[in-house]
Design a protein around this ligand. Structure first.
Ligand code: PMP
Length: 289
């Protein structure tokens, strides 16, 4: 498997960046996780647009055009025959001094890694996921805005540690005000009556690409779809609950804080939405070959 590193395709053992790269020293950089399905890169434009928005938010100038990154992702997938897999696209701040000043970093590195990802076992997709509420609060929008998909994921990792140490695989993170923000690596949704609701990004959620697809598909199916400030009360009282993410796709949540959500089984609306999502993923995207 070859790695794309700032314009070159190299073997994994040769894909090296400086220990002075601020991505390593400070988590200073941005990234995207992208999927390939059936020989196509799914939602590539949307991922690249978000990458550039994240970069702009941290004043990191990506040294090549969106078009060039687009081509590099497709070319790397083609080289590695990544037709049903996962792509990690990373832009680091680059090599600088040991101080914080990011402007000492002159050349960001662009890295594209292809591989596989499986977040949850097939069983969990069938039976639904159990989650807890994390004690770790999601980053405040004015500390490190969760809309930025940055290389600093310690906030999420601290929450994930709580999940794993409590015997579950995911957590719901609240924001400083106590409203639901998102999961550690996914967006959170509930169906209540005929409405599909998810927290607004201002509550501390990434503008998930899968989130946007879920909202669009549900709207097309006739549900009322909206963003709302949600509390745990709303989640405990939901008819159905699910998480969305590029790697997770759509997964039902059937238990939260050891309480049954809805019927305790993946809900009908979520199952239908998942089918629609899988169809879209299987049929659309940028051809690789
Ligand atoms: N929230 C967080 C914190 C994430 O890291 C991700 C991506 N794994 C998501 C939400 C879901 O976003 P997307 O659907 O674009 O993958």
């Amino acid at each position: 498997m070859k790695i794309y590193l700032s314009g070159k395709l190299v073997q994994e053992k040769d894909a090296r960046i400086s220990v002075f790269d601020h991505a390593l020293l400070y988590g200073d950089g941005v990234f995207e996780g992208i999927r390939t399905y059936n020989g196509r890169v799914f939602m590539l434009k949307e991922h690249i647009d978000r990458l550039y928005r994240s970069a702009r938010a941290i004043d990191l100038k990506i040294p090549i055009s969106k078009k060039a990154i687009f081509k590099a992702v497709v070319m790397t997938c083609k080289t590695n025959n990544n037709m049903n897999g996962y792509v990690r696209l990373i832009v680091t701040r680059g090599k600088g001094t040991l101080g914080l000043n990011p402007y000492t970093c002159k050349r960001p590195e662009i890295i594209i890694i292809t591989g596989k990802i499986q977040l949850y076992s097939p069983k969990l997709y069938q039976h639904g996921l159990k989650v807890i509420t994390a004690g770790t609060i999601r980053n405040h929008t004015e500390s490190l805005n969760p809309s930025i998909k940055s290389l600093n994921y310690l906030n999420n990792i601290m929450a994930k540690i709580e999940a794993i140490n409590s015997g579950v695989e995911e957590v719901i993170m609240l924001n400083v005000q106590g409203y639901v923000a998102e999961a550690s690596g996914d967006n959170a949704f509930i169906f209540k009556d005929n409405r599909l609701l998810t927290p607004p990004t201002s509550a501390g959620a990434l503008e998930g690409i899968t989130r946007n697809i879920a909202m669009k598909l549900a709207g097309q199916s006739g549900y009322e779809v909206g963003e709302a400030m949600l509390t745990r009360y709303d989640l405990y009282n939901a008819d159905e609950m699910f998480l969305t993410g590029t790697a997770a796709e759509i997964i039902s949540v059937v238990e939260m804080d050891r309480r049954t959500i809805g019927s305790g089984l993946p809900g009908k609306k979520t199952v239908e939405l998942t089918k629609q999502f899988r169809r879209l993923a299987a049929e659309t995207g940028v051809p690789i070959a």
